[in-house]
Design a protein around this ligand. Structure first.
Ligand SMILES: NC(=O)c1ccc[n+]([C@@H]2O[C@H](COP(=O)([O-])OP(=O)(O)OC[C@H]3O[C@@H](n4cnc5c(N)ncnc54)[C@H](OP(=O)(O)O)[C@@H]3O)[C@@H](O)[C@H]2O)c1
Length: 274
């Protein structure tokens, strides 16, 4: 394609995604799910609830070391219908993503819902953030999530659910005792002072999610925010238990159709500020 200004203008013209009054619409039956970062925390709780849900037929639990995850071993015990499939994916390692996608293709031929949950955080102020640390955060939270999405795109297009969900960031900075709710990834809403690199990476994730949504209007691609949840990352002072956050997010994921693509939603269904 030529790179002249008018073809670029056409290529990047805002496609004006129609947003209905409610971003929720009747969703198709969803059956196959893939969750990254499934070894512990929110990812493991997604997998647990999906395995128990009558709406799922297959649940891919993707983790760096799925077989050594204590949480996944426990979930395996309650997987009475044999829905749970372990996948080895380190989202920093493209070769591991490619190999796992081949396994999904062979097993299912398509994928209905991708939940990009893997992520890392760190606590520096921006002035203390080294280039190396910023790159580490961007590599996992943005590049890794992007590469997983890219690798699974053709399988998601073949699925009936056609949804990609990225996990956004909100941090209540209890460690600096402000307790002001801070949407760290939100440019408009964030006051967080000690997680500037993490916030920056999640802002970039928000941005790339919107680009994905604009480029693929046949899919529902959106951000879901879990709330402040008790996990290794959220800490023990967090406001929410994992089961409450995940139950809410799964309801949001189920209800959100293409009309909600390119938006940022809370676990309670609210629309969040960018
Ligand atoms: N908890 C909260 O309050 C909160 C709030 C807002 C957003 N979030 C977001 O929700 C997501 C999950 O958070 P969490 O609280 O469950 O965090 P967590 O308890 O720290 O768990 C992080 C998960 O991500 C995985 N992971 C990290 N790097 C990975 C990589 N390169 N490849 C594959 N997996 C990787 C970890 O796997 P290993 O076990 O192998 O390390 C682990 O399963 C993150 O994206 C986070 O930013 C959380």
């Amino acid at each position: 394609m030529g790179c002249n200004p008018s073809s670029l203008r056409n290529q990047f013209k805002d496609p004006a995604i129609p947003i209905s009054k409610s971003i929720h619409s009747a969703s198709p039956v969803m059956s196959s799910y893939l969750v990254t970062g499934a070894s512990r925390g929110l990812g493991a709780e997604f997998v647990r609830q999906l395995v128990l849900s009558p709406k799922s037929t297959i649940v891919y639990a993707a983790a760096r070391n799925p077989h050594s995850s204590a949480d996944l071993k426990e979930i395996k015990k309650i997987d009475k219908d044999g829905k749970l499939v372990f996948l080895t994916i380190d989202i920093d390692d493209e070769a591991s993503i490619t190999a796992a996608v081949k396994a999904v293709e062979q097993q299912s031929g398509g994928l209905d819902v991708l939940i990009n949950c893997a992520g890392i955080a760190s606590l520096q102020k921006i002035q203390d953030l080294t280039g190396e640390e910023l790159l580490r955060l961007l590599k996992t939270n943005v590049v890794g999530t992007h590469l997983v999405t890219r690798a699974l795109l053709s399988l998601i297009k073949k699925g009936s659910g056609k949804k990609i969900v990225n996990m956004c960031a909100l941090f209540y900075c209890s460690w600096i005792n402000t307790y002001s709710s801070s949407y760290t990834g939100s440019i408009g809403g964030s006051n967080a002072l000690r997680c500037g690199g993490y916030a920056t990476s999640k802002t970039a994730l928000n941005a790339i999610t919107v680009r994905w949504a604009k480029e693929h209007q046949d899919l529902a691609i959106f951000i879901v925010h879990p709330g402040w949840v008790k996990t290794d990352m959220g800490g023990s002072d967090a406001a929410l238990e994992k089961d409450v956050s995940i139950k809410g997010m799964l309801e949001v994921i189920e209800k959100t159709g293409r009309e909600g693509s390119g938006t940022s939603l809370g676990y309670d269904g609210s629309t969040l500020q960018w």
